[in-house]
Design a protein around this ligand. Structure first.
Ligand SMILES: Nc1ncnc2c1ncn2[C@@H]1O[C@H](COP(=O)(O)OP(=O)(O)OP(=O)(O)O)[C@@H](O)[C@H]1O
Ligand SMILES: [Mg+2]
Length: 355
């Protein structure tokens, strides 16, 4: 049972403010992810929790215990790194037993616990192997077992999958998620991969330049991005800027170059500039003569590109006055799209408007 409470922490390295002023709470048994581009401060924040990086300001608590003043080896955190950090001159079993030895756990109990940890990560029977005999995925499982064996209060994972190939990454992320859930561990996960973050997390904090830009459940962050930065970082989107020309029935008409868009309600006045995010998959191509669903906006456009990706087909449409609108559709083979002149529809209520 561990909650993490981070209050007003900051850390600078010389002139670089790595973490500016971060406060957040992670619930017991929660999988919480720090997501953001390279250099935004994810690892620094994780290392503050592990005890490998001092705070300039703020405090960190595990439950009611203040831990930022406690030395790292007494915080009882387990950390998994991108590069595994497995000792090459020790067998798998001795690697996993390492933390127990440091804690003076008796040999018999060590054997049991190492066996259990290896079973958890599906490496039963690998104890006597040497690291060079293992694949990348197996090495990362050893690193995970080495953390789990000490029964940490908090599991910290820093880009644990980025050295693995794409398919293995997808498999391992769901294994990590299942393990974390079945053990009820409080975990902090760091990644710059937005899909990985969404698939694995209860909640995500999107970081930018040392601050949290948005915090929420994956679907909130994807579906209701708070800023243009988050909208663009979380997958592909059409980020458009135009001028409000009218408000009609609680909806707003925005002129972008020579093209009108209908978006949801906006508090901004007529004539003011506004940005909005329209996801490619929220735009539906209409077939010849097909009517749009009631309340949807329709655009006439010239198709300039088709990219068939199997399950998904991506289209580029030329907007009036320049610019491109990206569309993604499933279950629609390219030959069903008809002529290059086409109509698409979207629900204005699904557009995120940035005031
Ligand atoms: N020990 C250090 N000395 C000097 N600068 C540092 C140190 N550690 C981090 N920084 C700087 O602090 C900033 C944040 O670094 P951090 O490693 O936390 O980023 P990150 O989000 O983990 O990035 P990445 O995705 O590339 O791992 C960067 O500008 C980095 O160069
Ligand atoms: Mg990092």
């Amino acid at each position: 049972m561990t909650t993490i409470r981070i209050a007003g922490v900051a850390r600078a390295f010389g002139a670089v403010a790595a973490v500016r002023d971060v406060s957040l709470q992670i619930g017991d048994g929660e999988m919480f992810t720090l997501l953001g581009p390279s250099g935004c401060g994810k690892t620094t924040l994780l290392r503050m929790i592990a005890g490998f990086c001092d705070l300039d300001r703020g405090s960190i608590h595990f439950d009611d215990q203040r831990i930022d003043t406690v030395p790292p080896h007494r915080r009882n955190t387990g950390m998994v790194f991108q590069n595994y950090a497995i000792f090459p001159n020790m067998t798998v079993a001795r690697n996993v037993a390492y933390g127990l030895k440091a804690r003076n756990v008796p040999a018999a109990e060590t054997g049991d616990r190492v066996g259990r940890a290896l079973r958890l990560v599906h490496l039963d029977g690998y104890g006597e192997r040497w690291p060079h005999q293992l694949s990348g995925g197996q090495l990362q499982r050893v690193a995970l077992a080495r953390c789990l064996v000490i029964e940490p209060r908090v599991l910290l994972l820093d880009e644990p999958l980025s050295n693995l190939d794409a398919q293995l990454r997808v498999e391992m992320r769901s294994e990590i998620r299942q393990l974390q859930q079945s053990l009820g561990l409080t975990a902090l996960y760091v990644t710059h991969d937005q899909e990985e973050a969404m698939s694995i997390s209860d909640r995500i904090a999107v970081m930018r330049a040392g601050n949290i830009e948005q915090l929420g459940a994956p679907w909130e962050i994807y579906g209701r991005p708070a800023t243009p930065f988050v909208a663009q970082f979380m997958g592909t989107t059409n980020l458009l800027t135009g001028q409000i020309t009218a408000t009609v029935d609680g909806r707003t008409r925005v002129r972008v170059a020579d093209q009108d868009f209908l978006v949801g309600a906006s508090s901004a006045a007529i004539g003011s500039a506004v940005s909005f995010s329209l996801r490619p998959e929220a735009i539906r191509p209409l077939r010849e003569g097909e009517a749009a669903p009631p309340g949807w906006a329709v655009l006439d456009a010239q198709r300039t590109r088709i990219e068939f990706l199997g399950a998904l087909t991506r289209l580029d449409l030329a907007l009036g006055g320049g610019g491109t609108l990206r569309v993604a559709t499933i279950g629609l083979p390219p030959q069903a799209l008809g002529s290059e002149r086409m109509r698409v529809a979207y629900d204005p209520a699904g557009v995120t408007v940035f005031a």
